[in-house]
Design a protein around this ligand. Sequence first.
Ligand code: DNO
Length: 353
Amino acid sequence: MSMRWFGTGYDAVKLWQIRQVPGVTAVITTLSGALPGETWAADAISALKAEVAEAGLSIAGIESVNIHDAIKTGAPERDQYIANYITTLERLGQADIHLVCYNFMPVFDWTRSDLAKIRPDGSATFSYDQKIIDRIDPDEMTKSINAQSQGYKLAGWEPERLARLKELFAMYKEVDEEKLFANLVYFLEAIMPVCRKYDIHMAIHPDDPAWPVFGLPRIVRDKERLLRLMNAVDDPRNGVTLCTGSLGTDPENNIPDIIKSLKGRIPFAHIRNLLRVAPGVFEESAHLSSDGSLDMHAIVKALYDTGFNGVIRPDHGRAIWGETGMPGYGLYDRALGVTYLNGLWEAVSKTEV
Ligand code: DNO
């Protein structure tokens, strides 16, 4: 059981606080200042490791080592960026880090229309309404997300990269689903040797939400596409971050069934609930099954039944109890999520069949 931590200077939550959440022994972290495409310095990785160890925790994995758009679009300079990525993986492997989460979403990482929707209980949460997204352009959405970030750098929303939005969209003009898929396979094949050498499990994060946004292709969003990717590069180190909150946006996705079909290929799980309000409209609920649309017991049970032994973390939390901080990543609601997930895991593992 782990929690995500963005690093000193980037995260309002402190390592010592995470250390006190029952059952949490590790963090999922990243070099928050690194831009996609950069090679990570070995001493920066060791400093991060030492800081986490100093707090009595370990690094369970990296979320994320982000992928440069040249790799996603298959631009001529992709090989250079893949070489940089391989160097970063080598250095992570040498630092005894064996799990890397990444995504292959064009231009944007996760998308939401509101980062502080007030729920009936007064908590604030992330929400999404396709009608709102359809009314605004990508530039407006970027401005709106950054305006709601409370001064924090949000993962995937690097202002440096998104300042070049028009250029980014132009890069994807000729990239459809098939091309994006082929570029992903090209990337995975190129990095598999280093992953094998250091036993690094790559865990692709599903598209969030699980459908195309702003006309950009999305290829990691349902069972069929996930299995196609697993078969295309059939190595256990080509795996999936089972993110229930992302896959769960599409009511057609049966998550326990997806978990079963991905047996052995899920090194990392983000477990979170959401409430589907109407087609294309959802909000992030508390983790509890009864608060949202997903059956969290069935999800945890499917993980248990398939022998899941990877890293698990709660996902976004609502802002509760007056906490201020990075939207989605406060301490309180995520800690409640941990406790609930630990309870489910204990119950499932002690139930005789
Ligand atoms: C948002 C996160 C994503 C995720 C990336 C993985 O809160 O779920 O930013 O970390 O898509 O690369």
